[in-house]
Design a protein around this ligand. Structure first.
Ligand SMILES: [Ca+2]
Length: 194
C-alpha cells in the first residue's frame, strides 16, 4: 500500500501572531499488484491549517480544521473560509480533478510507471437502438490503450441508467475506464433510441 497526498493552497491569511492556510487536500491510497495500479481509497477535503508564530522562524500548528459532514459541509465552510475562496472550496471540480491526477502521478513515480496516457473509448458502430432492444454494449464501444492495447468493456464501468430502451429519445451514456497504470478516462456518448 502506498499512501500519498496532493494539495492546492487557495489562500494564506497572515496575522501578527501567525497564519491560516486554506487548502484543498487530496489523499489517496494505491496498491500495485501484477503490474496493475489501483486506487483503493482516499479523500478530497477542504482544510484550514492555523499556525502560531512562536519566534525564531518557528511556526506551530495550532488548529487542523476539517468541515462538517453531510448537510453541515457547505455551511461549515462558509463559516470558516474567507468569502473569496468559499466557492472553490465547496464545488470546484477542476481542482478535484487536478489533485487526483497529482496524487496519481506521485504513485506512478513511486512504482516506476511511465504510461501517463489514459485509454480511449470509441463507438464501434453508430449508437442507435430500436425501442425494446437489449443491447450488449461491448458491440457498440471499444476501449484501446497506448500501452495495454485493447481493454475489454467488462473492465469498464458503463453508466447507462439514463438510457430508456422502452421509449424513443436521445439519452446520455457514460463509460469510465482505466488502464493498468491507473490513468482514467470518462467518455460520454448519446444513445439514440428509435
Ligand atoms: Ca495508457
Amino acid at each position: 500500500m502506498f499512501l500519498t497526498e496532493a494539495h492546492r493552497t487557495l489562500l494564506t491569511e497572515r496575522t501578527d501572531s501567525g497564519a491560516t492556510v486554506y487548502a484543498l487536500v487530496r489523499t489517496a491510497a494505491y496498491t500495485y499488484t501484477d503490474g496493475v495500479l489501483l486506487d483503493v481509497g482516499g479523500s478530497y477535503i477542504p482544510t484550514a491549517l492555523t499556525f502560531e508564530f512562536s519566534g525564531d522562524g518557528v511556526y506551530t500548528l495550532s488548529e487542523y480544521w476539517l468541515p462538517g459532514d453531510g448537510s453541515y459541509f457547505a455551511p461549515s465552510i462558509r463559516e470558516k473560509f474567507p468569502e473569496s475562496v468559499q466557492t472553490d472550496a465547496i464545488s470546484n471540480l477542476a481542482f478535484a480533478e487536478e489533485l487526483s491526477i497529482a496524487a496519481l502521478r506521485s504513485a506512478q513515480r513511486r512504482f516506476g510507471i511511465t504510461d501517463f496516457t489514459p485509454p480511449e473509448v470509441t463507438a464501434a458502430r453508430p449508437p442507435e437502438l430500436a425501442v425494446g432492444s437489449a443491447p450488449d454494449w461491448a458491440e457498440y464501444f471499444r476501449v484501446t490503450d497506448d500501452a495495454d492495447g485493447e481493454i475489454s468493456l467488462e473492465n469498464a464501468y458503463v453508466w447507462d441508467v439514463m438510457v430508456d430502451l422502452s421509449a424513443a429519445g436521445r439519452y446520455p451514456l457514460q463509460i469510465s475506464v482505466q488502464d493498468r497504470s491507473g490513468n482514467q478516462t470518462r467518455a460520454e456518448f448519446e444513445i439514440a433510441v428509435k
